[in-house]
Design a protein around this ligand. Structure first.
Ligand SMILES: Nc1nc2c(ncn2[C@@H]2O[C@H](COP(=O)(O)OP(=O)(O)OP(=O)(O)O)[C@@H](O)[C@H]2O)c(=O)[nH]1
Ligand SMILES: [Mg+2]
Length: 463
């Protein structure tokens, strides 16, 4: 990614009609573009002051819009470069004109995340903070947004700094031993180093462990509804979403293609999948649906097996439960409104003692009346919420950060091992330098161009 050079331009607000739409420019030519669009002098635009001004097409002097133009003079801008923000009326047609004119002035269309990348390159924020901006924009729940804001405020760097400092202290001790001491490190000192390293490793692991909760908050989980035809999968899917998204009929084999929707339970985003009823079939379309259902089941974090509580268990039901057993699964005993009694223990073992061992996983529900739906929602997230998500702690939410913390932990572990085996300081140091580098990669002190390209490709354009 070329971070220096040309002035970039992009629409910073979503495409489509809206109250206002903002075109953002960053680079040496940003102010010139504003000058050309408004036919005003450079001095007209006082830094950090929004000015209402007419935009005109320099080719025919036709008025384009009346807009608010704000100039942020380098380095006091988001990117650290000259930035101009033009708040126009939110018409896609006029915004296109403004962007096209900027391109004709020699600006270049920004790549995804390029404004943030430039901010990073100019030291306006560190990599973890840059990623936090992406996560904040992508956040699906309030909790996820709040975690992202904390990271944006530099909390990741602050959490890592003590670990880095302690690691560096030990590296200094070992490096000087290497340089000045003829013999090996004295045993007492070696033990002390080992103890400190184990403490750092434990803290790293403790921090990495928050990823389970952090990942859940940010990315949520996927739950796939499976079961034989007509047990009420699509009805439950609709109930959970609160809309009539899926077609429901009393004809077995109604759902063919799988349906994907998102909703949240207790601030956890859930990716819910409705599937075709599982059965042997000769129908070509249904057959593909059944194959897809099996695929979606295998990919899910949680499988929701739906059984018809009103009917006795069939061999197909048993087979579905058996295949779900390999994963996280719960059983929704649907259509309880058709039963005179709500005795779940009787239901659980209904005609099949094999099922009673799953008593804990069973939730009696009625997609028709809504009974038991709260219990079902609770059961969906229950296997995943080991951490107290409401706790006020800072969590690791990004897989990249988690991976680097685990690698740090492994490297320190190897150094401790090398130390206990009386291996040379060089070997011990090798692991510690790697560990320090991994921690540095989280905040971007030690990142390669390649990595940056990969990370920033996940950003949206205009940010
Ligand atoms: N009484 C009662 N009927 C239900 C309930 N849930 C679903 N039904 C009915 O059962 C029939 C099948 O419902 P669907 O939701 O289409 O079942 P499905 O499992 O998605 O079926 P396929 O898509 O064919 O696999 C419909 O007539 C629903 O109205 C329930 O809780 N109680
Ligand atoms: Mg269906």
């Amino acid at each position: 990614m070329d971070v220096s050079g040309k002035t970039i331009v992009a629409l910073a607000t979503p495409a489509g009609r809206s109250g206002i739409g903002i075109v953002r420019l960053s680079g040496d030519g940003a102010l010139d573009a504003a000058v050309k669009l408004t036919r005003r002098d450079r001095d007209f635009f006082a830094p950090r002051k929004a000015t209402l001004v007419e935009l005109r097409d320099p080719r025919d002097n036709a008025a384009i819009d009346k807009a608010l133009v704000t100039y942020f003079k380098a380095p006091h801008s988001f990117t650290g470069e000259d930035v101009v923000e033009i708040s126009c009326h939110g018409s896609p047609v006029l915004l296109r004109q403004v962007i096209d004119l900027c391109l004709s002035f020699g600006c270049r269309a920004a790549e995804p995340g390029e404004f943030t990348l430039r901010a990073l390159a100019h030291g306006q924020l560190d990599l973890a903070e840059a990623e936090a901006i992406r996560d904040l924009i992508d956040a699906q729940t309030t909790t996820a947004a709040r975690q992202a804001v904390r990271q944006l405020g530099g909390e990741m760097s602050r959490s890592l700094q003590p670990l880095k400092d302690e690691l560096l202290n030990i590296i200094v001790v070992l490096e000087s031993a290497l340089e000045f001491v003829e013999d090996d490190l004295p045993e007492s000192q070696s033990e002390e180093v080992s103890r400190s390293l184990q403490e750092i490793a434990a803290k790293t692991l403790e921090f990495a462990d928050t990823y389970k909760a952090g990942h859940l908050i940010r990315d949520g989980l996927s739950a796939t509804i499976v079961g034989r035809p007509n047990v009420g999968k699509s009805s439950l899917f609709n109930r959970l979403l609160g809309t009539e998204r899926a077609i429901v009929t009393d004809i077995a084999g109604t759902t063919r293609d799988q349906l994907n929707e998102r909703f949240t339970v207790g601030d956890i985003p859930i990716h819910l999948v409705d599937t075709a009823g599982l059965r042997e079939t000769e129908d070509t379309v249904e057959k593909i649906g059944v194959e897809r259902a099996r695929g979606a089941m295998a990919d899910a974090d949680l499988v929701i097996v739906v059984l018809d509580a009103h009917e006795s268990l069939t061999e197909e039901d048993r087979e579905i439960v058996r295949s779900a057993e390999k994963q996280n699964f719960i059983i929704a005993l649907n259509k309880i409104d058709k039963l005179p009694s709500r005795d779940i223990d009787r239901l659980a073992s209904a005609g099949d003692p094999a099922l009673s061992k799953f008593r804990e996983r069973m939730v009696p529900v009625s997609a028709k009346t809504g009974e038991g739906l709260d219990d079902l929602r609770e059961a969906i997230i229950q296997p995943f919420t080991t951490h107290d998500l409401s706790a006020n702690s800072f969590l690791v939410t990004d897989a990249r950060h988690y991976d680097l913390l685990m690698r740090t932990h492994a490297e320190i572990g190897e150094s401790v091992e090398a130390l206990s085996q009386n291996q040379s300081e060089e070997i011990v140091l090798l692991g510690l330098h790697n560990a320090l580098r991994y921690l540095g990669e989280i905040t971007g002190e030690t990142t390669t161009e390649d990595m940056l390209t990969r990370i920033f490709s996940t950003f949206c354009i205009g940010k």
